[in-house]
Ligand binder design. Structure first.
Ligand code: PMP
Length: 331
């Protein structure tokens, strides 16, 4: 009798829409595609889970890549932008974090399958992560669990609405190279920059740029920084606490093709305050023109001619146009 009533109670409890039950049956956000790769196979989105006691959860270990797939101009299929570069950076992150690569997994092939199974035919974002799903203590060997999941993602607000950002220069610092390697794209590296962003938002800014331990500007929590001064495009050095961003590398290449002078160099707060134009760039945000740093107003979106030229070239390239196809007048 007692057993029966406990059983009934449990069943009823599970059916109730309590916060606990809702958490158990995580609802897939509309933008997320239904099928993802997790562990050894393709699974429904809700099954891509990792235990709370895994090394990933206990020690904030999980390296990842955000990759965009773009609808191509000529054949209208979707293709990943700079996949090889992303996979090379993922391998570097794993080496830096002393974690093994997932065994016997061809990520490029898994991505093709993911696109096919979800019938993806529009611009989207794919997150590839490698997380230790085994148990142990802080020094245990990790077992690599691979997850590849896709989300529909068009232009973010800045490009979609032609707006520019008001960006704060935070007093929170990017972690010193001696505290944590900035080239390791591990989730733990986002906890501090997140605090900087929340603080900046609470103060009425749209975004934030962190400085490094010497007070030079580095990057935003999830994107690289560029400024334009007297016609020259400048971005902080990779050794100043900056992730080797794939979009950053693409922008430097675009500048070379367009004959725009571009340099990597140390940038101080003063440099960014006195910039003519500035923008953030990265896989997720793509581009976000900056209209002001703190209270220092830069050129408006419409006047930011060099930023606009770079953005235009970028979107041609991601859709499969070669640089040669860019009209001479625009180069
Ligand atoms: N910096 C950080 C810390 C990032 O997380 C990202 C996003 N990956 C970027 C810069 C931009 O890098 P990418 O262009 O490769 O997306």
């Amino acid at each position: 009798m007692m057993i029966e009533s406990t059983h009934v109670q449990e069943k009823t409890a599970l059916d109730e829409p309590t916060a606990k039950n809702q958490r158990r049956q995580a609802k897939r956000p509309d933008a997320a595609y239904a099928i993802c790769f997790h562990g050894e196979d393709f699974v429904p989105w809700a099954d891509a889970t990792i235990h709370v006691n895994s090394l990933a959860m206990r020690y904030a270990l999980s390296v990842f890549e955000g990759i965009r797939i773009y609808r191509q101009k000529h054949d209208l299929v979707v293709r990943a932008f700079r996949l090889e570069e992303h996979l090379a950076r993922l391998r570097n992150s794993l080496r830096l974090m002393r974690m093994p690569e997932p065994e016997g997994k061809d990520i490029a092939h898994i991505l093709d399958e993911l696109i096919r199974l979800n019938e993806i035919d529009e611009d989207s974002y794919v997150r590839v992560s490698v997380s230790p799903d085994n148990f142990g203590d802080i020094a245990s060997q990790t077992r690599a669990c691979l997850t590849v999941a896709a989300t529909r993602m068009g232009r973010k607000r800045w490009l979609a609405e032609g707006q520019s950002m008001r960006v704060a220069v935070s007093c929170w610092q990017r972690s010193h190279e001696l505290a944590f390697p900035s080239a390791a794209k591990n989730i733990s590296n986002y906890a501090g920059p997140r605090l900087a962003l929340l603080e900046a938002r609470e103060s009425g800014f749209d975004g934030v740029v962190l400085t490094n331990h010497e007070g030079f500007v580095s990057e935003s929590p999830t994107s690289a920084l560029f400024i334009v001064k007297d016609g020259v495009v400048l971005t902080p050095l990779l050794t100043d606490g900056v992730l080797p961003s794939i979009t950053r590398a693409a922008v430097l290449e675009i500048c070379e093709t367009l004959d725009i002078e571009a340099r990597e160099q140390r940038l101080s707060r003063t440099d960014v305050y006195l910039a003519d134009e500035a923008f953030l760039c990265g896989t997720g945000v793509e581009f976000a023109p900056i209209g002001a740093f703190g209270g220092h107003v830069l050129k408006s979106w419409k006047e930011a001619r060099i930023t606009a030229q770079i953005i235009d070239a970028y979107f041609r390239i991601v859709r499969g146009e070669s640089m040669k196809e860019i009209p001479e007048a625009e180069r």
